[in-house]
Design a protein around this ligand. Sequence first.
Ligand SMILES: C[S@@+](CC[C@H](N)C(=O)[O-])C[C@H]1O[C@@H](n2cnc3c(N)ncnc32)[C@H](O)[C@@H]1O
Length: 192
Amino acid sequence: MSQDRRLIEDFLPIREISAEASREKSIRKGHISTLHLWWARRPLVASRAAVFGALVPAPKDDAERKALAQEVIDLCRWKVSDDAIARARQRILDANGGQPPKVLDMFAGGGSIPLEALRLGCEAYALDLNPVAHLIELCTLVYPQQYGPDLAKDVEKWGRWVLERVKAEIGDLYPPIPDRRRRPALSRKASN
Ligand SMILES: C[S@@+](CC[C@H](N)C(=O)[O-])C[C@H]1O[C@@H](n2cnc3c(N)ncnc32)[C@H](O)[C@@H]1O
């Protein structure tokens, strides 16, 4: 039997990871799920735990297991600290002869697993048969690295450009939907 036993085969703090993954579902800003809806997207913290757990060795004893469990709990938070990420990256490098491992997700969908592999310092590869998933993966994994922070300004600029042109050409066919947030609340008397 192979001696190459990994953390994921030994132990992961599932209860804590699940609680954090549930909280992640209600994040409305800064999460890749707000970029484009992808039904099967896995929570980022769970994907991070899976990638980390698959790349570092299993603990040798209970003391090491306890320490690693706390490290994984700290690592698998939505608001993860830079220290926790740096420690995890180092552990992965140490387990891989000092080289970033290559991680391939052949069914990458919304890209959670390759995104977390990138965050953990790996060389990530993503594939998907579905062209929508492929486009989401490009926008999540490739373009931000290729174009940097200016990408956000370009998306804003060209998004407005498209919107103005569409409004000019077919805007009269689609009356604007009133913004619910600006509608005055009905008083109790008026709504009865
Ligand atoms: C369960 S989803 C993956 C979800 C992904 N882990 C995430 O977090 O978003 C499975 C994906 O496999 C893709 N798929 C199915 N058959 C495939 C094939 N033969 N080659 C490549 N991708 C395939 C589907 O298009 C789908 O996006």
